[in-house]
Design a protein around this ligand. Structure first.
Ligand code: FE
Ligand code: FE
Length: 168
């Protein structure tokens, strides 16, 4: 986006810009997840992060597929929102000594990431449909469904075990 000209003129432009935003975000998430895998102690949480890392690589590929279907070059645009969420995740986890409390913190940070992704994909799907691109919407929906499933699983892990262990 330029400072002196308004580069986003149409809903289609905004759709492409937001696709670039989530493309950048997914790549940053793929870089951050290995650190979270290293820090996690609970085996189920570690495995969950590992699974989501491989899903995230698939998300990047699906977003690339949508760029191609829409006839635009696949490229990212800086997303200070995800940078901030990941930075905060890193800072908070660096401040926690107790491994059980750290697991609870990692889940909270991961859920902030998933919710960010969910808002982006929700918006992209609605705009794709409005633009007559149901084909793009259905590819993006596959990513959204995996983010939602991950978020749900994280809630279950936190409420059934990790929060309890953190409180002991
Ligand atoms: Fe994702
Ligand atoms: Fe995700």
């Amino acid at each position: 986006m330029g400072f002196f000209s308004k580069d986003i003129k149409t809903l289609d432009d905004l759709f492409v810009h937001t696709l670039q935003d989530i493309y950048y975000a997914e790549k940053q998430i793929a870089k951050a997840l290995p650190k979270m895998i290293d820090k996690a102690t609970d085996p189920a949480l570690k495995a969950g992060f590992e699974k989501h890392l491989s899903e995230t690589k698939g998300h990047i590929e699906r977003v690339e597929q949508v760029f191609e279907m829409h006839g635009v070059e696949a490229k990212g645009v800086d997303c200070p929102a995800i940078d901030g969420i990941l930075e905060e995740a890193d800072e908070v986890s660096g401040d926690i000594d107790d491994k059980r409390v750290l697991d609870a913190g990692l889940i909270a940070s991961a859920q902030a990431v998933e919710h960010y992704e969910m808002t982006r994909y929700g918006t992209l799907i609605a705009w794709a449909k409005q633009l007559g691109r149901n084909d793009c919407a259905s590819v993006l929906k596959q990513n959204l469904d995996e983010e939602k499933a991950t978020d749900k699983k994280l809630t279950e892990m936190a409420e059934s075990k990790v929060n309890l262990q953190a409180a002991e």
